[in-house]
Write a protein that binds this ligand. Structure first.
Ligand SMILES: *Cc1c(COP(=O)(O)O)cnc(C)c1O
Length: 359
C-alpha cells in the first residue's frame, strides 16, 4: 500500500488510560471519546477503554451509536439534549446528560419520560461557553432536584478554559469559584480535563474527564505526550512514491515558493491535506524517514508533500515515512502548522486506511 495509514496502537490507548488514573488516583474517569474518539475511531476507542469507569461524548447521536453497538458503560453526553427526542433517547438509552441552559429545564418540564436521567448541572466558572452562571446555579439545582424525570443525586461540573497554561491565574479563579458553589450543594463533582489531571491537583475531584491525553498527546503548552509518560496512540505513516533530482534554482511544487538552493534530490510522499496532513505545515516541518528527521519543502498539496533528501543519499521509492506518532511528536507538527494535536487527530480523513496493533 502506497497511501497513508493511521496505525492505532490499542496498548497505547490502554496505557494512557492507566496513566490518567495514576495521576488522578482519587478520581473516577470518564474517557472522552467524542468526535470519533479524536479521530481514532469511536468503537475502537470505546472497546480499548473498557477499563474506564465511564465514557463521555459531546452529542446524543454519538452516545446512541455506542449503545446500538452494545457499549453499556455509563455514558455522559457533555452538551446534553436539545429537544424532546434527544431527552427521550437519553432516558431510553440510559445516558447521563449535562444540563447547561434554561432551555433544557424547559424541555424537562414539558415532556415526561419513562426512566429518569442522571444529570450533571454545568456551571460556567469562566470558560464562557456552556453552563449556568454562578448566580443561576441555585435555581437550576432546585428545579432539577425536584423533578420526577431527573434521577436522584444531581451532580455538578465545570470546564477549565486555560489549564494548559500553568502560569495562567484564571484556572485558580475558576477552581475557587466552583468550590464556593459546589461546597454548598454537597454533591458529586467533576472539573478536570486532561490539563487539569496533569497540571492542577485541586481540579482532580470525584470524576475527571480526560480526552487528549488518552490519545498520547499533551495538552500542556510546549510539552509533549512522551514527557508526560504517555504513548502515542496514532502513528500516521505513508511512503515515498517518487524521487527526482533538480538543479540549483528549481522551484518545487505549487507557486514555486521553495527553490532548490543547490543541485539536490527531492522525494515525493503520498500524503497531503486530502489525508489530513496540515496544508499550513511550513518548509522545515520534520517528517521521519528511516528513523531520521527530514525537512518538508514546498507547499503541501492535496495528495502529496515533498522532502529535502540532501542528508539522505540511501533513500528509495517505497520507503516508509512517519508523519506523526511513534518517534515524532504530533505536538511538534501541530505547532509548526499553527494548530494543535486535537485538530490534526480530528482531521485525518476517510481516505486514510486505519490499522490496529497490539489488540
Ligand atoms: C472535550 C472535553 C473534555 C476533554 O478535554 P481534553 O482537553 O481533551 O482532555 C473534557 N470535558 C469537556 C466538557 C469537554 O468538552
Amino acid at each position: 500500500m502506497m497511501g497513508p495509514t493511521a496505525v492505532i496502537d490499542l496498548s497505547a490507548l490502554r496505557h494512557n488510560l492507566q496513566r490518567a488514573a495514576a495521576l488522578a488516583p482519587g478520581s473516577r474517569l470518564y474517557a472522552v471519546i467524542k468526535a470519533n474518539a479524536y479521530g481514532h475511531g469511536l468503537l475502537r476507542a470505546a472497546r480499548a477503554f473498557s477499563d474506564a469507569d465511564a465514557l463521555a461524548v459531546a452529542r446524543v447521536e454519538e452516545a446512541v451509536q455506542l449503545r446500538l453497538a452494545g457499549i453499556d458503560h455509563p455514558l455522559l453526553v457533555l452538551e446534553g439534549f436539545f429537544n424532546a427526542e434527544e431527552l427521550e433517547a437519553a432516558s431510553h438509552y440510559q445516558l447521563e446528560v449535562a444540563i447547561q441552559q434554561p432551555e433544557q429545564l424547559q424541555i424537562l418540564s414539558e415532556h415526561s419520560i419513562g426512566r429518569p436521567v442522571t444529570c450533571w448541572l454545568k456551571m460556567d466558572t469562566g470558560m464562557h461557553r456552556l453552563g449556568f452562571q454562578p448566580d443561576a446555579v441555585d435555581a437550576a439545582w432546585k428545579f432539577l432536584n425536584a423533578h420526577a424525570s431527573v434521577a436522584k443525586g444531581v451532580r455538578v461540573m465545570t470546564h477549565l478554559a486555560s489549564a494548559d497554561d500553568l502560569s495562567n491565574p484564571v484556572t485558580n479563579d475558576q477552581l475557587r469559584l466552583f468550590r464556593v458553589h459546589a461546597d454548598q450543594l454537597n454533591t458529586v463533582t467533576s472539573i478536570a480535563n486532561s490539563a487539569g489531571i496533569i497540571g492542577w491537583p485541586t481540579s482532580r475531584t470525584d470524576w475527571a474527564r480526560p480526552g487528549i491525553m488518552l490519545y498520547g498527546a499533551s495538552p500542556m503548552l510546549g510539552r509533549t505526550g512522551v514527557s508526560e509518560g504517555l504513548r502515542p496512540a496514532m502513528t500516521l505513516k505513508s511512503r515515498i512514491i517518487a524521487i527526482n533530482s533538480f538543479a540549483k534554482g528549481s522551484p518545487i511544487g505549487y507557486s514555486g515558493s521553495w527553490v532548490c538552493p543547490e543541485d539536490m534530490r527531492v522525494a515525493v510522499v503520498a500524503a497531503g491535506y486530502g489525508d489530513g496532513y496540515p496544508r499550513h505545515a511550513p518548509p522545515g516541518t520534520p517528517v521521519l524517514l528511516n528513523k531520521q528527521r527530514v525537512p518538508l519543502i514546498g507547499r503541501v498539496s492535496m495528495d502529496m508533500l515533498n522532502l529535502d533528501l540532501r542528508t539522505q543519499p540511501e533513500v528509495r521509492v517505497g520507503d516508509e515515512v512517519v508523519l506523526w506518532g511513534e518517534g515524532l511528536a504530533v505536538e511538534e507538527v501541530a505547532e509548526r502548522a499553527g494548530t494543535i494535536a486535537y485538530e490534526l487527530f480530528c482531521g485525518v480523513t476517510q481516505r486514510v486506511v486505519f490499522e490496529e496493533i497490539n489488540g
